[in-house]
Design a binder for this molecule. Structure first.
Ligand code: HEC
Ligand code: HEC
Length: 156
């Protein structure tokens, strides 16, 4: 009897760690969804340090080959939103992971070049998924992570 409970506890414990995966608070802010969710999913502020967000959000007219510019008031709001939750200001589990090995003198210019992204997406599992789903851009998170917009990144 005792043994059964012990084993059950282990199984439940393992289950809990697997389900944890990597979580972010889903972005529900209407202004952010409107300004930053039109062309791609809204990326999580915790994935980049403040310096990266500053560079990206202060240069929206020249945004990865697109003009994503917005009026000055909205831009200030969007910048502030990202700075409040950047990888180097929040001490959530995810934010800490995304800050690891970041070169502060040369902050990442995009998420897909951030050290954590590179580390998690350079094995055969990734290559197989990339080919099977015919993904065209590493930034197209939702192709492979169905729950990405809901803040969930499983490692499958
Ligand atoms: C007009 C369309 C458009 C809008 C609006 C837009 N983006 Fe983008 N964004 C893009 C394109 C195109 C890329 C490059 C995607 C790729 O390489 O697959 C991109 C890439 C990014 C990346 C880098 C992803 C990576 O790691 O490659 C970030 C971060 C980003 N956008 C943030 C934002 C934020 C913040 C906003 C809101 C202010 C925003 N975007 C609004 C078109 C847009
Ligand atoms: C072609 C498919 C593909 C795309 C596109 C992709 N990923 Fe992944 N991602 C994977 C795979 C496969 C893994 C599991 C790697 C591992 O753990 O060995 C993974 C792992 C992760 C993890 C770690 C999960 C964990 O619990 O360890 C995070 C976080 C993540 N991806 C975020 C992103 C983000 C953010 C984007 C978009 C900017 C993205 N991914 C784009 C396939 C993809």
């Amino acid at each position: 009897m005792k043994k059964t409970i012990f084993i059950a506890a282990i199984i439940l414990g393992l289950g809990a760690t697997t389900v944890q995966a990597e979580r972010f608070t889903p972005i529900k802010d209407a202004k952010i969804l409107d300004a930053c969710g039109e062309c791609h999913m809204t990326f999580y502020p915790q994935m980049l340090p403040q310096a990266s967000w500053r560079n990206i959000i202060n240069d929206l007219s020249n945004h990865f080959g697109e003009d994503a510019s917005i009026d000055a008031t909205t831009q200030a709001y969007v910048l502030n939103y990202h700075l409040n939750d950047s990888a180097d200001v929040k001490s959530t589990r995810a934010a800490r992971k995304w800050m690891k090995r970041v070169n502060r003198a040369k902050p990442p210019t995009r998420i897909v070049t951030a050290p954590r992204f590179v580390k998690k997406h350079n094995d055969r599992d990734f290559d197989r998924m990339w080919n099977r789903l015919k993904v065209k851009s590493k930034a197209d998170c939702t192709k492979c992570h169905k729950d990405a917009q809901r803040g969930l990144f499983d490692d499958d």
